[in-house]
Design a protein around this ligand. Sequence first.
Ligand SMILES: [Zn+2]
Length: 252
Amino acid sequence: MTVKNQKESLKFKKSERERYSRQMIITNWGEETQKKIKSSKVFIAGAGGLGSPVSINLAVAGVGTIRICDYDCLVLSNLNRQFLHNDSRIGMNKARSAKMTLEGLNPDVVVEAVEEKITEENIDDLIGDSDLVIDCMDNYPTRYLINATAVKKKIPMIHGGIWGLEGMVTFFHHPETPCLACIFPDAPPQEVFPVLGATPGITGSIQAMEALKYLGKQGTLLKGRILWCDYSEMSFKEVKIKKNPDCPVCSV
Ligand SMILES: [Zn+2]
């Protein structure tokens, strides 16, 4: 894209001014912050329970390019929490369904659906030159692949996890913070875990809030700390985290 084209693409249409009018009046937000968000490219790994609130919040806020990746097809048991999708799309690839929903919510953003399985071979290209990676996966082997690539490229990664009525979020950015492998060196066993839709609903919204703050250069991020959320007690606890000096991923 030429400099002239880039400038043109950053101009707001009348519809965009109206669509984002309520957030542009937030103190310190304004048109400048909105432009930063519009010029951003975000890679979302997973179009499931966390990927739903994350991608919807980013799309409606006007993140310019959203690349969302999911290999799986929608099944009925997803629909208690994965509100990117709906009953009529059972059997459809989730990234494709996500694109339909997100473009329907906001036709002014570009949504790239990636229907591939994330592997060691393709993760570098999938993340590409994204400004930010959001980990909305449900399995640790893939989370570790994404983490290693984010560390290598020094791209920040917002990690979210859920189980039952509990959630957690933290903001990784190598070399400033620890990485996923520093704090969870071993993958927990893969299992069908219990979950209520509101759990990823809130947890993913916290991830989206961190993403929008980072992209818009606003506020204070969850760097070097994990927010643990116990929704059964509605208690939120912050735990400081440190780098593992022997981490096989980020210390080398
Ligand atoms: Zn590490």
